[in-house]
Ligand binder design. Sequence first.
Ligand SMILES: Cc1cc2nc3c(=O)[nH]c(=O)nc-3n(C[C@H](O)[C@H](O)[C@H](O)COP(=O)(O)OP(=O)(O)OC[C@H]3O[C@@H](n4cnc5c(N)ncnc54)[C@H](O)[C@@H]3O)c2cc1C
Length: 492
Amino acid sequence: MAHFRRWGLAEQVRRASPLPDSYPRDIIFATRLFGQELARFQNAFFGDQQLRDERFPEAAQWIPQYKIEAVLREAIATKPRTSLLFGHRLCRLRQDEDGVVATVERDGEEVELRARYLVGADGGRSEVRTQIDARMEGDAAYMRNFLAVYRAPGLSQRVPLSRAISYWLVNPDAPAVTGPMDEDDLWFFSTQLKGDTPAYDLDEARRRIGLAIGADVPFDILETDTWSAHRLLANRYRLKRVFLAGDACHLHPPMGGYGMNMGIGDAVDLGWKLAAVLNGWGGEVLLDSYEAERRAVARLVIEEAAENYSFVTHHMVREAMEGDDPSCAAIRNEIGRSITAGKAREFHAINVVLGLRYESQVIVADGMVAPTWDPMVYLPDARPGGLAPHHWLADGSSLYDHFGTDFTLLALDGAQADEVARLEAAADRLGMPLTVVRLAGDPALRTLYGAEMTLIRPDQHVAWRADCLDHDPAYLVARISGVEPAIPETST
Ligand SMILES: Cc1cc2nc3c(=O)[nH]c(=O)nc-3n(C[C@H](O)[C@H](O)[C@H](O)COP(=O)(O)OP(=O)(O)OC[C@H]3O[C@@H](n4cnc5c(N)ncnc54)[C@H](O)[C@@H]3O)c2cc1C
């Protein structure tokens, strides 16, 4: 959402969400939809639209992928240099020193498209991945799942539990997750298929959904599907002029909601680097840093999602958990406690979103040691490689809104004017666009950034920070734009 804000699209995404801002972003665990509550997580994924958080400028959004894609399609349509072609299928590609030729099938005919670079954002079955001989490594399809979309008129009004974005249902005969997709009683239903269980036919799906709801409620199944959980990472993200991004190079269970974030994160990281190269100020090393940065964080996120997936509703079921007598209530309390302890990490793992750090050739590390990793604790700091810390300024604006579209130099009270000017001049000589943001009189910023000067990349990650110029400015700008990594580091 911070990136959508940067692109001027956050408001459109918010408006496109089928659930209004006032809808509680809670997740409820219960025996059935018409059963007893076991546990509840408020502000899941930090999506509460009513709260203002110091750590980020935009709350997370609960929105179906097709709605996000509609917003992006509309935005792309306004970009005169971008064409969006539907109904085209990449068949094969070849590349030479100067570019890539993609052979694409359209209405049964093959056409060739030539480009300087090609990005395969073509999903889990990526043809581009095959074409560049990249290999997915890890566990493939280690758990199958059944998914249905159903319409249940009036269900939202009748559910005795409070409103929530999803309900995790823990019971012996239909453990599942269900939730509203809009305010018009379109609901999803998802459950694991144990072992070799075949995908449910419509009758079985209807029976399971009925059991999960736990009341006589009319509904129609509109769609069914199966999906498999993977834990896979591509052995490489690049071959010369061809790159992979999104599900094409990493796949993990959806628990934690990281998939789309990761794809957007890849696109953002690679996007500004390709733009820098095409605009003449980015070097080859910048393109190499894409894999170094994004593959490492994908590995971490895959493990996190797999950990979340190891404790789902059917693991929580206990005998006699639904009875009326006190011993059953005691069992439910126990289950509730284990859910509260075991699932908080999935719904409140803010560090897995904001705390991902890059180590690469284009990051100038400052030797500060990272705090111990905790998925649920995000401690903003401006060590190079991490996300630039967010801050609400005295005038109510987000610090991020002051950053430029390319590199930003954040200069605080103690930044020397002549050093800022030398950095600006060096960037100018390289052709690297640099916006200087001078902010004085806010001690909180000095504490957050721990330095008087910070160079922030277009993706809002910190490339370098120091109180004064500790490198030749020409070296510094060349290093962070991947132009001259080999120049020895010298103090000035
Ligand atoms: C059940 C489930 C729940 C999920 N929940 C979440 C969630 O809550 N939050 C989250 O962030 N993520 C979630 N995800 C993951 C998310 O859907 C994916 O990570 C995301 O869609 C990946 O985007 P992508 O663009 O990389 O690939 P895709 O969305 O798969 O898009 C790839 C595109 O490439 C096209 N394509 C494929 N081959 C070719 C070809 N040869 N030529 C031309 N085009 C081609 C396809 O048609 C498709 O349009 C979930 C996934 C599942 C299965």
